[in-house]
Write a protein that binds this ligand. Structure first.
Ligand code: PLP
Length: 407
């Protein structure tokens, strides 16, 4: 196959895309890829499963040649996410970790220096640690990015790549995207922001200076917990082409059917996120006043240490709430008997989930790293879905009463 890799450009600058930039994000998400079928005029974009595409002649491929390097269904989804993030290109990968791997391979020089959050998704931590252990990352430092002074000092030490996760997983710490991106650029570093927790409805890191955004599309973008996928969005088209080249070369692009489902899910992102945020706010408020709860981590609460920053940099506070009970026995008492939450990993779906980060999502972190991140045995992370608010609040209240009785 040829070396060509298809990257979609921002629809606002690509005449082949019919979603004008002056429309609201919700409208653009709903309309992404509609009426793009020249064969039959289908309103919903068709699912293209073909691996191969015909060449005009042996030296002249058409727009597509081979399904790993480009697929029309996948490109529509990547284009739609890039559009929502305000980026130039969107490369769709087979998982969020595929997006993260692609970004690291493309952006970190050999033996380079990476500055990462002390609390981030456990799989991200595991990848970075493995790359350091095997000599592919020269220097790996961690910092709590919600401590802006400490983060600025760490950036001044001259990393090649600054990796932000804001809100962070699972502690929902907020990093000052504009200040840290500015400092990183001054010291010659690129900035990647994992925007999985916020989704582009709540936060658009490129507008605050980040160079690249990564997503686990498994979460809010698809939103129905039936697709594993990721997206890397680049502010800059040339860097975006490089990211797409790496995804193709690594062999991590997403399948067409997953891309089709994710694009379908994306159309309701704004509705789902609004409902999840409403539920998260109600549950956080309950947690905040219940005697079983030792701490609540939700940027929407006025006492969250970065509440003011979150208010400035985000359009809402997201649908994830983390809180701490006395110990793991209390955590078990809470989860045992829930009616509206599944005890399961992942987040960002229409259904509410509860997880215990220490033994579930962050189990791949060493005990020492968990401690440094602030992850405790009695910590629980809720991903609020779109169910009725009063059902969720009643379920959490009953769980908290069980936890209190267990102590
Ligand atoms: N980034 C964050 C913040 C996550 O929470 C996750 C998964 O939970 C990932 C990346 C990895 O995504 P995936 O599971 O789609 O590989």
């Amino acid at each position: 196959m040829s070396e060509q890799v298809h990257t979609m450009t921002n629809p606002s600058t690509d005449p082949s895309c019919p979603t004008p930039a002056d429309l609201h994000p919700s409208t653009r998400a709903v309309r992404a890829g509609l009426s793009s079928d020249p064969a039959f005029g289908a309103v919903v974009a068709p699912l293209h499963l073909s691996v191969s595409y015909e060449f005009d002649d042996p030296g002249r491929p058409g727009r597509y040649d081979y399904g790993r390097s480009g697929n029309p269904t996948r490109d529509l989804f990547g284009q739609a996410v890039a559009d929502l993030e305000g980026g130039a290109t969107g490369t769709v990968t087979a998982s969020g970790m595929g997006a993260i791997t692609t970004a690291v391979m493309a952006l970190l020089p050999a033996n380079g220096s990476l500055l990462a959050p002390s609390d981030c998704y456990g799989g991200t931590w595991r990848l970075f640690e493995a790359l350091r252990r095997t000599g592919r990352i020269g220097r790996l430092n961690y910092v709590d990015f919600s401590d802006t002074a400490a983060a600025l000092a760490a950036i001044a030490a001259g990393p090649d790549l600054v990796w932000l996760e804001t809100p962070s997983n699972p502690l929902l710490r907020i990093a000052d995207l504009a200040r840290l991106s500015d400092a990183a650029h001054t010291s010659g570093a690129l900035v990647v922001a994992d925007n999985t927790f916020a989704s582009p409805i709540v936060q658009r890191p490129l507008a605050h200076g980040a160079d690249v955004v990564v997503h686990s599309a498994t979460k809010y973008l698809n939103g129905h917990s039936d697709v594993i996928a990721g997206v890397v969005v680049s502010a800059d088209a040339e860097r975006g082409a490089e990211l797409a080249w790496w995804a193709n070369t690594l062999g991590v692009p997403a399948g067409a059917f997953d891309s089709y489902l994710a694009l379908r899910g994306l159309r309701t992102l704004h509705l789902r996120v609004a409902a999840a945020q409403r539920n998260a706010a109600a549950v956080a408020e309950l947690l905040n006043r219940h005697p079983a709860v030792r701490a609540v981590h939700y940027p929407g609460l006025p006492q969250h240490p970065q509440h003011e920053l979150a208010t400035r940099q985000m359009d809402g506070f997201g649908g994830i709430v983390t809180f701490e009970l006395a110990d793991s026995a209390a955590a078990h008492a809470f989860t045992d008997g829930l009616r509206c939450f599944c005890l399961a990993e992942s987040l960002g779906g229409v259904e509410s989930l509860v997880s215990v980060p220490a033994t579930m999502t962050h189990a791949s972190m060493s005990a020492q790293a968990q401690q440094a991140a602030g992850i405790t045995a009695g910590m629980l992370r809720l991903s609020l879905g779109v169910e009725d608010t009063s059902d969720l609040v009643a379920d959490v209240a009953a769980g908290l009463d069980r936890a209190l009785a267990a102590n």
